[in-house]
Design a protein around this ligand. Structure first.
Ligand SMILES: Nc1ncnc2c1ncn2[C@@H]1O[C@H](COP(=O)(O)OP(=O)(O)OP(=O)(O)O)[C@@H](O)[C@H]1O
Ligand SMILES: [Mg+2]
Length: 288
């Protein structure tokens, strides 16, 4: 069974799509068969992967088919990298009031336990990364219900801090409500972190102090690392992210082709990738 990693944060613009895209690029290069699910009706991930989202509406690749219990075929982006694209209809489909709608993504990926299905689409991959929509609606809940691990990108500013706390609160409620006993919080990752500005530095230091205590208070919340080590290495603010995105290129491909002086970022992504795989139990020992 492929490991399912949900990238969540209720707040918009904190780096969910950037992190999902970069991790998918990192893992597929390592030879892990990787599926990315764009589970946001804005379809930013689909555009980042170089595709036009609207062209897949009504096709066998249409993500909305999940809510009709119809199959969805992943698109091959490159070796070891596959995508299920999104489109603008996804949110409406998800919120359409169907009973048990939060389980459709899970059943698609893992098989429907009720009918004795033990295999789903995740079984065809080593890792499935779900780029979640924010806002705390059905899409975000579905990602939590379907995932084995969740990773929470954060932007250390006042407003985003409130969003992070809300995300944790909602996650805890959903774990209780949907009895997500196997779901584990893989970690937090600071994204677009400007270490030269005072506010983010202070906010981040605050979060690093306060979050471990908060997590420790919830006995049923599974953590993939000790609370004090739950933060992954930070992704500092760099212009190369926007440049790669504008060219609809994966970060590794862009840096290798146009900006070799940014190769330090690829080393950092390797380090983050190692840690994510280790926390998700996908590698026991790290070989550099
Ligand atoms: N380390 C970084 N340096 C500079 N810019 C960054 C960095 N990380 C992310 N960004 C930029 O921040 C913006 C928001 O990121 P992203 O789209 O990944 O957030 P999101 O959480 O997926 O947003 P949404 O909730 O709208 O889906 C993007 O324009 C992205 O290029
Ligand atoms: Mg996004």
């Amino acid at each position: 069974m492929g490991t399912i990693l949900g990238i969540i944060n209720t707040k918009g613009g904190v780096g969910k799509t950037t992190v999902s895209n970069a991790l998918a690029s990192e893992f597929s290069r390592r030879g892990l068969k990787t599926l990315v699910i764009d589970f946001d009706s804005q379809a930013s991930q689909t555009y980042l992967m170089g595709l036009n989202a609207n062209q897949y509406i009504g096709t066998e690749h249409d993500i909305s088919n999940i809510f009709e219990e119809k199959p969805v075929k992943p698109l091959k982006i490159k070796d070891n990298l596959y995508l299920i694209p999104s489109n603008k209809n996804l949110k409406e489909q998800a919120e359409s009031g169907k009973r048990g709608r939060e389980y459709y993504l899970r059943n698609f990926l893992k098989g429907d336990e009720f009918f004795g299905e033990t295999r789903g689409v995740a079984d065809e991959f080593d890792i499935v990364i779900i780029d979640s929509e924010g806002g705390g609606g059905t899409l975000e809940t579905s990602v939590e219900v379907a995932s084995d691990y969740v990773l929470i990108p954060i932007r250390p500013t006042l407003l985003d801090e409130t969003g992070t706390l809300l995300t944790i609160e909602t996650l805890i409620q959903n774990i209780k409500h949907f009895r997500l006993k196997d779901l584990s919080l893989l970690g937090f990752i600071a994204v677009d972190f400007d270490k030269r500005a005072k506010e983010p530095l202070e906010r981040y230091a605050d979060l690093k102090l306060s979050l471990p205590g908060l997590l420790r208070k919830v006995p049923f919340l599974k953590l993939s690392a000790p609370p004090e080590e739950i933060f992954l290495p930070e992704l500092y603010r760099r212009t190369v992210w926007a440049k790669a995105a504008a060219n609809q290129m994966l970060i590794h491909d862009y840096i290798e082709k146009y900006e070799t002086y940014s190769k330090d970022l690829l080393l950092l992504l390797k380090q983050i990738g190692d840690e994510v795989l280790k926390r998700a139990g996908l590698i026991q020992t790290i070989n550099n």
